[in-house]
Write a protein that binds this ligand. Structure first.
Ligand code: PLP
Length: 374
């Protein structure tokens, strides 16, 4: 019986050839493929009014996004406790304090009403995180930005290639980031992207990406470098290599296949599992999404047994996520009431979701899940 992993990359000859071509350029570092990747991301997310910066990881994009938002020592950044650790660590990296917010019970994304209540004199930014097959209430967040002046650093690591109504994710947020890490629907093995609104923000982010140096991106994009440069601000080693960017370009060429197959798998899960007593499926229209993960909720008291039942049938499951307020580093953070987070974090179980996942594989997971509750 084959094991069904929770993630499975869709890597084929195309990615191998792209990596191999990039390796034979003779320029392994940041170069022409990175500029191509940035332009391709901008096109895919229909973000003509945004500037795209490719970086080494999604975490790096979050960190730079928070710097651009002006977050620093003495500031607060509101973030769901139910978030990726990278969100929390990026806040600490700029010297700001995370303020932990609850989530909406239906979407497990930030509770915008509570976020509004948590906004205080020191709030500099909010990090809304799109989760699994849901998007945040971006309209309500835009209203909050308008009334408070706080910046948004939108964590869209789970929603690259998705659209809300007719607007692609990445095309409308104040500052937005994507992750292309090893398990994402579209992967560069490791990479991130930051989307900003102004040339000034792009210029600042470009310098921070290369150790705060004035090394011009235009020169590096020709697989070359300048030997004299200045440094005027702190920076980080966050640049992306040509090889990673080339793999990303090959993945982007498969985006339609990736997106439609993941949608089909989520729809099949929903079809098979909705109505099964003991399982709560997410209520989501995935037809405009590119879902990164599919989760269900089960009673907290039987979650371990449910996961064991699947494991002995060769099916991996996961838990996204351990909430921040339960972690040593964040337990003393200012926070709102976290009742929904507490409940959801004890109930969620991520099921395997792959690009090009055969229906029979989804069905095997569903059969196992249904048999637990039978
Ligand atoms: C929601 C979310 N935010 C941020 C990150 C961090 O991205 P990366 O792994 O590229 O640093 C991840 C990675 O899994 C994520 O899922």
């Amino acid at each position: 019986m084959d094991r069904i992993p929770i993630y499975k990359p869709l890597i084929g000859e195309e990615e191998v050839e792209a990596a191999s071509a990039a390796l034979s350029h003779g320029w392994l570092g940041m170069g022409s493929c990175v500029e191509e990747f940035e332009l391709a991301v901008q096109k895919v997310v229909d973000a003509e009014s945004r500037r795209v910066l490719a970086v080494s990881t999604g975490y790096a994009a979050l960190h730079l996004g928070l710097v651009l938002a002006g977050a620093g020592p003495g500031d607060e950044v509101i973030v769901p406790s139910f978030a990726h650790l990278a969100d929390l660590q990026a806040i600490l990296a700029v010297g700001a304090a995370p303020v932990l917010c609850d989530i909406d019970d239906a979407t497990l994304c930030i509770d915008v009403d509570q976020a509004a209540e948590l906004v205080g004199p020191h709030t500099r930014a909010i990090i809304p995180v799109d989760y699994g097959c849901h998007l945040c209430d971006h309209r309500a967040l835009a209203g909050l930005v308008e009334s408070t002046g706080v910046r948004i650093v939108h964590d869209a690591a789970h929603s690259f290639g998705a659209a809300e109504d007719d607007a692609m994710i990445g095309s409308f947020s104040d500052i937005c980031m994507f992750s292309f890490d090893p398990v994402k629907a579209v992967s560069c093995i490791d990479a991130g992207a930051l989307l900003v609104r102004t040339d000034a923000e792009l210029a600042q982010a470009r310098e921070m990406r290369v150790l705060g140096s004035t090394q011009p991106a235009e020169v590096m994009y020709q697989n070359a470098r300048q030997w004299s440069y200045d440094a005027t601000a702190p920076g980080y080693r966050y640049h992306l290599s040509n090889v990673h960017a080339a793999i990303g370009l090959a993945q982007l060429a498969k985006l339609d296949e990736i997106r439609s197959s993941r949608q089909a798998a989520c729809e099949r899960y929903c079809q098979r599992l909705a109505g099964v007593e003991g399982i709560t499926v997410p209520v989501a229209d995935v037809s405009r999404l590119n879902p990164f993960l599919y989760y269900v909720r089960v009673d907290a008291g039987c979650r371990d047994a449910f996961r064991d039942h699947l494991a002995v049938r060769g099916i991996d499951t996961g838990i996204h996520w351990t909430p921040a307020h339960t972690m040593t580093l964040f337990q003393l953070c200012r926070r709102g009431p976290l009742g929904v987070t507490e409940r959801a974090a004890a109930e969620v179980v991520s099921l395997p979701l792959h690009s090009a996942m055969p229906e029979a594989v989804v069905d095997r997971v569903c059969d196992a899940a249904v048999s637990f509750f039978a």
